[in-house]
Design a protein around this ligand. Sequence first.
Ligand code: TEU
Length: 596
Amino acid sequence: MKQTTRAPRAALDLLVFALLLSTFAPLRAAQTSRTARPTRSRADSRRGAEPAPAWWKRAVFYEIYPRSFQDSDGDGVGDLDGITSRLEYLARLGVDAVWITPFYPSPQVDFGYDVSDYEAVDPQFGTLADFDRLIKEAHRRKIKVVIDFVLNHTSDQHPFFKESRSSRENPKRDWYIWRDPRPDGSRPNNWSSSFGPVAWTLDEQTGQFYYHYFYPQQPELNWRNPEVERRMFETVRFWLRRGADGFRLDAVNYLFEDPRLRDNPVLPELRPGTTTGEHLQEKKYNRDLPEVQDVMVRLRAFNDRVNPASVLIGEAYVPKWEELMRYYGPADNGVHLPFNFFLIMEPARTHLDANVFRSVVEASEKALRGRWTTYVLSNHDNPRHYDRYGDGAHNDLIAKLAATMLLTLRGSPFLYYGEEIGMVTTEPKTIDEVRDPVGRRYWPANKGRDGERTPMQWDASPNAGFTRGTPWLPVPPSARAKNVGAQEDDPNSLLNFYRQLIALRRRAPALLDGEYASLGEDPKLFAYWRKSRTQTMVVALNMSGEARTLNLGGGGLSASDFRVALSSRPRKRGQLTDGELALAPFEAVILEASGR
Ligand code: TEU
């Protein structure tokens, strides 16, 4: 059933192109002129005649989980108007782009990642008119808006799936992955689901199983069917026409499955929270199949025809750089920014260790060979890095250190809402409180992802300024002390540190797109330089509770004089002339060389 023959690609592309030209030519012109505005970076103007790099290479991105950011109507769930009302805050923080996770109509089984209509807004989150206003207000502040595209699966309540499941003969039957049971009535193969236990659900009415890597309410689309591709690409056009600046492509590495549906190799380890039966698997036959790359190339071509300034950001947790590199496409004609999750994966995930970070960053640099990447420490699927790296005694200092790294590596940083005020992961205390279904299934070994999705903490009021109703997830007790209001006026707050860092980054060509090289091999001190044609910056991150010293004489640094541009601890600004930088425990320092 998955073996649908694909229409010749060139013919398909031509048809789509012709349609685009005839229908959307004026729109394309308008969008090009909108996106061709100069960026805010002063570094740009210094470059004279060189063309400005794509906006997303310079951008600081900020991920918004709309349910939890700001509620405007008192139903306890955040919404698009809520986001619009906080754009001024984001502009002041200095971010260049927001990525908003799904706000489309959805039964909300996976809180929006189960989409039942790709071209509308869920009433909980607002209306299309609210979206248009959000775009207008964001663009007015020169903030780009990237949205989520959940293309691997739909909701089981999407009309496509309802049709598909209605009968074996339905024209949309082949839009999903249906298979007969094996002769003994069991499921077609051994594949497990990300959310457990198995990836197949029997549809009693038609007597076949359908495949879902995620929840059973998220049936997988059949990307071998060209009609699926055509229809899904229309979604891209729909949102680009409405002014979206790009897409974060959800779970793209799961688009294709082995046509023969061979069993995955079973690993010895059991899934955390289970004692029998549920072994982990190597996802050999249902993840990162080469066909994914062909879709990425075609999606990029489609995207470029509608709005060449828009960005595609791929979400794929892959174990190796070689696999991730394929997402850039054979001729850099695939995804612009495959997410680099290596700081969120082991060993960097849990170890604040200079050797680990140095080797992860060096491996990235080596694999990339000049291509652009992302850096990300927290998102809506992982415990917040504030707790992952915090030692309990120096958490704020460590958060400043992590922020300094995130915002000074060679790549586009992605912040997750609330990390700028040090929000903590607040897991449900009892199973009854759990909202993320996976947390109920594997409690307490896996408490789900509610902990990193709690409401944004704006002020010290009972609901932290998030809602005047009852928040969908409890506001953490930490909100009373830790909130935007409290940090606003404290010059040493984490929030103000993020603001300073982002402002510094914006005006420093070396940090925006300079080269990278590690400095030294101290196991407690991660240090590196960034160099552009006109500037050299040194970043020194003491990842230990001991004092450390960085020798500024080596590592290809020819400058003799350095100026402290920013530090996470109070220290005298000004020249450093003795060739050494002494760092206090967990201190982060950025130096600017005054010579070359
Ligand atoms: O996540 C895709 C993904 O790879 C997940 O396995 C992720 O690692 C997992 O959520 C961790 O617990 C994306 C979204 O980010 C996630 O929120 C969705 O639940 C998922 O796709 C399905 O759409």
